[in-house]
Design a protein around this ligand. Structure first.
Ligand code: PLP
Length: 411
């Protein structure tokens, strides 16, 4: 009889979003007249930029021409896309990242999980709490953890709490950790990391031989010029960090799928025999073996992000969501709620009033305002007492939702 990967049985069965759906459906059934507005899920709502669509249409036409048709492309992504990414996203910010160190992929979610393929099973792993759940669950699947306790914390993982008390930036751990996941701007808290904070992490990682997984999926939403967009803006990061980026949120590619991972050639980790091995070589081998590249059409769409029109259109897209975030912040503050994030990130992290639990606040917002958000406790034990509101929505939905909340909560 075949056997399974028993680690999957340790996973908490995707509790958060199914439970939200269950509660929303039950409420909608009991109140069919309610016009429910969903500000919970972090998916984009606005159409793909015209520059990307035009480029993709042209690429589709090329695929119908025998002389221009493309079959398998390079597993790492086409050089013309990687060169533009290197120049615009990294070199223009003073980061020493070469096109050959960029691996184009079909998503940061996959890359964050797949990266574990090239690391050993005995690393000590740290995540923030609250956290983007993919970092945790992929480690559970890979057998890097024990069972979860009643709070949903897995044995063997080191949780670094982030809350208002530490300005949502995890304290550098006292003990040695080998792999550290950092996400800035942060999902779910909307917090950012200063240059000094990132430098402290890079210094720590270099001192301990640790590797930082830096998830910059939301870097396009940074408005403060002092905040780094890339970990490679910090000296020494080329010796200790892998960075994940995505076209999902800046260019609306959540359904189109294109992302990238940077693995500097200067990055090494230890083999069992004590030798230092280049991680770039391992990731290149992993991708060449298990991945056959992103479609030519999609890569042409991603390339168009870097054209003058694409730059203007993606900037406008990001500004649109950030205006939503501003409205959410202002209105919730006016309603007497304490809010964080939403200035350099598309997420607003709300402190629940009167010490309500995250789920009690969820129910309250659903029943009295017919607005759906995401309970902070769903992102980790330290998210209890917080609530995430996403700025990814139409202006009308945001305005109506905020009007309902201010009316019900004010005074
Ligand atoms: N990283 C973070 C922090 C995210 O919030 C998300 C999506 O919500 C992703 C990665 C996934 O990005 P992609 O659409 O490229 O898979």
């Amino acid at each position: 009889m075949a056997t399974i990967n028993d680690n999957y049985l340790k996973l908490k069965a995707g509790y958060l979003f199914p439970e939200i759906a269950r509660r929303v459906n039950a409420f909608a059934e009991a109140h069919p007249e309610a016009k429910i507005i969903r500000l919970g899920i972090g998916d984009v709502t606005e159409p793909l930029p015209e520059a990307c669509r035009t480029a993709m249409i042209k690429a589709v036409e090329e695929m119908g021409d025998r002389t221009l048709f493309k079959g398998y492309g390079p597993e790492q992504g086409y050089a013309w896309l990687r060169e533009k990414i290197a120049a615009h996203d990294f070199q223009a910010r003073g980061c020493e990242v070469d096109a050959s160190e960029i691996f184009v992929s079909d998503g940061s979610k996959c890359d964050c999980g797949n990266i574990l393929d090239i690391f050993g099973d005995n690393n000590t792993i740290a995540v923030t709490d609250p956290v983007y759940p993919v970092y945790v669950d992929t480690n559970v699947m890979a057998g890097h953890t024990g069972e979860a306790n009643e709070k949903g914390e897995y044995g063997g993982l080191i949780y670094l709490p982030i809350s208002a008390e530490n300005h949502f930036t995890a304290e550098i751990p006292a003990q040695k950790v080998d792999l550290i996941y950092l996400c800035f701007p942060n999902n779910p808290t909307g917090a950012t990391a200063s240059r000094e904070h990132l430098k402290a992490w890079v210094d720590y990682a270099k001192a301990h031989g640790s590797i930082i997984f830096f998830d910059a999926a939301y870097e396009a939403f940074i408005t403060d010029p002092a905040i780094p967009h890339s970990i490679y803006e910090i000296e020494g990061a080329r010796e200790c960090a892998i960075e994940f980026r995505s076209f999902s949120k800046n260019a609306g590619f959540t359904g189109t799928r294109c992302a990238l991972t940077v693995v500097p050639k200067t990055l090494t980790a230890k083999a069992a025999d004590g030798s230092n091995v280049e991680l770039w070589k391992l990731w290149n081998r992993r991708q060449s073996t298990k991945f056959n590249g992103v479609s030519y059409i999609v890569q042409r769409g991603a390339e168009a992000v870097y054209s003058p029109e694409g730059q203007a259109q993606t900037k406008a897209l990001v500004s649109f969501y950030m205006e939503n975030a501003r409205i959410i912040r202002e209105q919730l503050t006016a309603a007497g709620l304490t809010v964080f994030g939403g200035i350099n990130a598309p997420y607003v992290w709300v402190k629940t009033p009167n010490n309500l639990s995250s789920w009690d606040f969820f129910d309250k917002l659903l029943t009295i305002c017919n607005v759906v958000g995401t309970p902070g406790s769903g992102f980790g034990a330290a998210g209890e007492g917080y609530f995430r509101i996403s700025a990814f929505n139409s202006r009308e939905n945001v305005e109506v939702a905020m009007k309902r909340i201010t009316e019900k909560f004010k005074g």
